[in-house]
Design a protein around this ligand. Structure first.
Ligand code: GRG
Length: 310
């Protein structure tokens, strides 16, 4: 898959996801409570939609239809949107900007931002336990709800975020950094992929290989994000464009340095590729996504090095 084919592919998936999210929120059409406005603010225009795309891509790779996958893809994005709103709060990362715009609590106030996050998280599970999933066997739906709630809970996002919070302004080792990443970022990425494959009825061995791929990709995703953040701050000056009210965070670049962090990214890309080999051409979109996620940080690191020299 070429870069321009990947760009078209991602855009088409994003458009379908946005349409489905809009459709789902129509349930609340006509209502104008501030909390709904704050929820929409967290969801639209949104970011890359990488997690729901992974659900669609993994599911379609094993033969599922987009219609069956979409409620789960939307639920994954609703959870992501909640986590971002809460993560930005003063009690957490204390960010003023997200995707170049003021964060939800800056616009709606802290209480309303907290409730918007709660609303998004709850609606995710409302969506995948309701009429939208009636085409799927009830036992499968129950299993997927169980899996997604596990990824969102103490074993995943919440647990990872808690250790992240405890680690602020402390010296942490690499094992702790990985512990945080695997839960805070990796768990939802892994669940997004697995849910798609499970809806499609992937076999045990296929699911095992896809899960290994998901673990590597989840870790790579956070390292890439931190490398890009680090570069942004190097180029723009400390605290530059991140909008973050500075805290010392447990990240790969802060513990092992940017060179080792990018080497680890390259290693993770190889591991991702290895897990996809047996799927052949059907894994082309997943392969391209992994490369895209990782390469953007590795290439930018080269650019940053040049700019700091000139
Ligand atoms: C329970 C109060 C309470 C809070 C929990 C779970 C949680 C808050 C936070 C999750 C941690 C989190 C936000 C991790 C960040 C992971 C990450 C790299 C986010 C950025 O993801 P992208 O790049 O964002 O996919 P876009 O903008 O594209 O959607």
């Amino acid at each position: 898959m070429t870069q321009s084919e990947l760009a078209d592919y991602l855009q088409a998936q994003r458009t379908a996801i946005d349409r489905a999210l809009e459709q789902f929120l129509k349930v609340y059409g006509g209502q104008t409570q501030a909390v709904l406005k704050a929820m929409r603010y967290g969801l639209f225009p949104g970011g890359k939609r990488i997690r729901p795309i992974l659900t669609l891509t993994a599911g379609e790779m094993f033969g599922a239809k987009q219609k069956e996958l979409m409620p789960f893809a939307c639920a994954v994005e609703l959870i992501h949107a909640y986590s971002i709103i809460h993560d930005d709060l003063p009690a957490m990362d204390n960010d003023d900007l997200r995707r170049g715009e003021p964060t939800a609590h800056k616009v709606f106030g802290e209480g309303m931002a907290l409730l918007a996050g709660d609303g998004l998280l709850t609606e995710a599970f409302h969506l995948i336990s309701g009429p939208e999933v009636r085409r799927l066997p009830a036992e499968l739906v129950l299993r997927l709800i169980h899996e997604l709630s596990h990824a969102a809970g103490v074993a995943g996002l919440v647990g990872g975020q808690a250790v992240d919070l405890e680690s602020e302004n402390k010296d942490v080792d690499l094992a702790t950094v990985e512990y945080i990443h695997v839960r805070k970022t990796g768990a939802l990425i892994l669940a997004a992929l697995r849910i798609g494959a499970e809806i499609a009825g992937a076999k045990t061995g296929e699911l095992r290989r896809l899960s290994k791929f998901g673990e590597y990709l989840g870790l790579a995703f956070q390292i890439a994000d931190d490398v890009l953040d680090n570069i942004g701050e190097t180029i723009a000056g400390e605290g530059g464009e991140s909008g973050r009210n500075e805290l010392k965070k447990a990240t790969y670049p802060s513990v092992v340095g940017i060179v080792q962090a990018t080497e680890r990214l390259q290693e993770l890309l190889k591991l991702c590729d290895r897990e996809l080999v047996s799927f052949g051409e059907s894994a082309a979109p997943l392969r391209a996504i992994a490369k895209h996620v990782i390469a953007r940080a590795v290439q930018d690191k080269g650019r940053a090095a040049e700019e700091s020299i000139s």
